[in-house]
Design a protein around this ligand. Structure first.
Ligand code: GDP
Length: 264
């Protein structure tokens, strides 16, 4: 009987073991589906606009080493296991965004968020503000998750990679400019949100104290400008790395896989 029980136990363990999950988030058209397809088939095919979330199980490519497996050798089963991960695509479409945020807050296995953004579109006002609003909301959700955690230790940290995609396009902003532009635009978003709330509070005759609680101010640093660095206070490292899923000279997503390897 014992071996049978042991077997059952192991079986249950195997099927219920959730893989480290990375969420692909970002405005529609950024390249999430293309990236997912690349990871899945190791080849690029044209994509349609994503309307439903899609998860795939994949492995870290061979040239990268999971940070948890630096001292293990290839062929060691635990080394191979450490390479497995789940990529979860989320729709970037405005009305479906709540799905992404919900996933993000509820899932226990999220190791990181890959915010995919079209680096050419953030060179323009509309693209920039759309990306900044979305990113603001994602970061605010992470901040709430952190500050609202029941345990004194707080939840496991969830880092964010801003994957500045489409570097093959000559209109694409270089990564340091993507970073600066997004920080500036997020500063605007949080200022406008706070103002909007205040205005509606005045209209309703709300108390100042209540307003203060509801203010949902992203990051530290008072009324000044927002910096991604401020997210470290709430357990979220944010980093921008350039890449391109497609392009005449092929694909270059090395920086992103390196980041994923660091989180594994
Ligand atoms: P999603 O809405 O975020 O899932 O974006 P998609 O993956 O559907 O990509 C939107 C469009 O951008 C598609 O036409 C892709 O072929 C294109 N695309 C994705 N990645 C790149 C890239 O690195 N460079 C270029 N030039 N186009 C890309």
């Amino acid at each position: 009987l014992l071996p049978v029980l042991a077997h059952l136990f192991l079986y249950r363990k195997t099927v219920s073991t959730a893989l480290p999950t990375f969420l692909l988030i970002g405005p529609s058209g950024g390249g999430k589906t293309a990236l997912l397809t690349l990871a899945e088939r190791k080849a690029v095919v044209p994509t349609h606009t994503s309307t439903s979330p899609l998860a795939i199980e994949t492995q870290l490519p061979e040239d990268y080493t999971p940070s948890s497996a630096h001292y293990r050798s290839a062929g060691d089963p635990s080394y191979e296991r450490a390479r497995r991960l789940l990529l979860l695509d989320t729709p970037g479409h405005g009305k479906l965004r709540h799905y992404a945020t919900k996933q993000l807050i509820e899932s226990k296995n999220v190791r990181g968020i890959i915010f995919v953004v079209d680096a050419a579109s953030v060179a323009e006002e509309v693209g920039l503000s759309e990306a900044a609003e979305y990113l603001h909301d994602v970061l605010l959700a992470l901040q709430k998750r952190y500050t609202g955690a029941k345990t004194s230790k707080g939840p496991k940290e969830i880092p964010v990679l801003i994957a500045a995609n489409k570097m093959d396009l000559f209109t694409a902003l270089p990564p340091h400019l993507v970073e600066i532009q997004l920080e500036k635009a997020i500063s605007e978003v949080r200022k406008n949100r706070a103002k909007g709330l205040k205005d509606s509070g005045v209209a309703l005759g709300g108390e100042d104290e209540e307003l203060e609680e509801e203010r949902e101010w992203l990051g530290e640093g008072g009324e000044g400008s927002f910096k991604f660095r401020q997210m470290e206070e709430v357990g979220t490292g944010v980093i921008v790395k350039a890449g391109n899923v497609l392009g005449a000279d092929g694909t270059d997503v090395k920086g992103w896989w390196e980041w994923v390897a660091d989180q594994l």
